[in-house]
Write a protein that binds this ligand. Structure first.
Ligand code: ADP
Ligand code: NA
Length: 334
């Protein structure tokens, strides 16, 4: 009985990466253009202060730059609802209710919490611990049915389903949808180009190899040429990459950028060495990413226009979120 509706968010934590683009944003555009769902895309600034408080002007800059990134990759603010989270207060209001639905034990099992809090959980913010409950609210305040994300968000989406189910059960209603994660494509988990065991992340300051959407053509080519690989040629079948995570990562990136299957990449390049393959990959990446970077720079020259787009997005979003929050409060007795 729920309208098919897509929601997904990205933190304005600075420096969109190739991982964000291939794992999430590129599919945001596909889902928008398919026309089968309403699509709502969000800059989650409330999430962006959970790891550390940043200077206000930095957060404002990052939010505008992320908005420029969304538009530059192909999100059309007329077709999709494009918003900044803090401008739609119902996200935070519903999150409070969900803080009271979610259990401490559920939250403590989140691997992202464990990774980000590290050994010093006592010093982590309460917001970092509660992050997944806010994320559940981001999604469910729209009654979103589908959430395209990278693989790192799988566990948070399971928690979102658990929160919806417990709310529905405890109040004896069928109010929140049980959301489907959409984790698909060749690059749902783009890895760090030096350390194939870690994901490429904009929130990891130690990763100097990550490719940012704002990198120049030279920087992109250089980072790909320097990516760690091995001396063996590309195999004929994907099984030949099973024990070669760095090689597999580059093949996946190529496939996602070219919109083909990883096997099709091997069909074209089997027997070749990675030195050569990386040249082809660098050319492909520059071809695909340079226009995005150019468009972001152009959009960033007019911050007032970006703010206007986000203001309009918030108005449209609240046509959905205000009634859903009202009904939630009715169910809870508020
Ligand atoms: P980051 O970890 O880079 O700060 P966010 O937490 O803002 O990114 O996540 C934004 C979206 O990008 C999410 O859907 C997430 O799953 C996706 N994503 C982040 N890093 C990667 C990656 N290395 N590969 C694929 N998808 C990713
Ligand atoms: Na993340």
């Amino acid at each position: 009985q729920f309208t098919p509706r897509v929601f997904s968010g990205i933190q304005p934590s600075g420096g969109l990466t190739l991982g964000n683009y291939l794992g999430a944003m590129k599919r945001f555009v596909t889902m928008q253009d398919a026309g089968t769902h309403e699509t709502i895309y969000c800059m989650v600034d409330l999430h962006a202060i959970t790891a550390r408080l940043v200077p206000a002007d930095e957060l404002i800059h990052n939010t505008r730059e992320l908005c420029a990134g969304f538009i530059a990759v192909g999100i059309d603010p007329e077709k999709s609802v494009l918003i900044n989270q803090s401008q739609v207060p119902e996200h935070a209001q519903l999150a409070w209710i969900f803080n009271c639905v979610a259990r401490m034990g559920w939250m403590g099992r989140m691997t992202q919490w464990k990774d980000k809090a590290g050994k010093n959980a006592e010093a982590a913010s309460l917001g970092l611990f509660a992050y997944p409950a806010l994320m559940a609210a981001d999604i469910l305040v729209y009654h979103a049915t589908h959430v395209p994300v990278g693989e790192d968000q799988k566990q948070h989406l399971e928690l979102t389903r658990d929160i919806a189910a417990k709310f529905n059960h405890d109040y004896g209603v069928d109010f929140f949808p049980i959301t489907e994660p959409v984790i698909e494509g060749a690059a749902t988990r783009v890895m760090n180009l030096q350390d194939g065991t870690k994901k490429m992340s904009k929130s990891d300051p130690s990763d100097k190899t990550r490719i940012n959407l704002t990198d120049s053509a030279d920087e992109i080519a250089k980072k790909i040429r320097k990516a760690k690989t091995d001396p063996d040629p590309l195999p004929e079948a994907l099984e030949g990459l099973e024990t070669r995570p760095e090689a597999r990562n580059l093949v996946n990136i190529y496939a996602a950028l070219a919109d083909i299957d990883p096997q099709a990449v091997l069909d074209q390049h089997a027997g070749g060495l990675f030195g050569q393959f990386k040249m082809a990959l660098a050319d492909l990446a520059v071809d695909k990413l340079a226009p995005i970077s150019t468009e972001m720079t152009r959009l960033m020259a007019d911050p007032a226009e970006i703010d206007r787009i986000l203001g309009r997005g918030a108005e449209r979003a609240r046509e959905i979120t205000v009634p859903i929050l009202d009904r939630t409060y009715d169910i809870v007795g508020m």
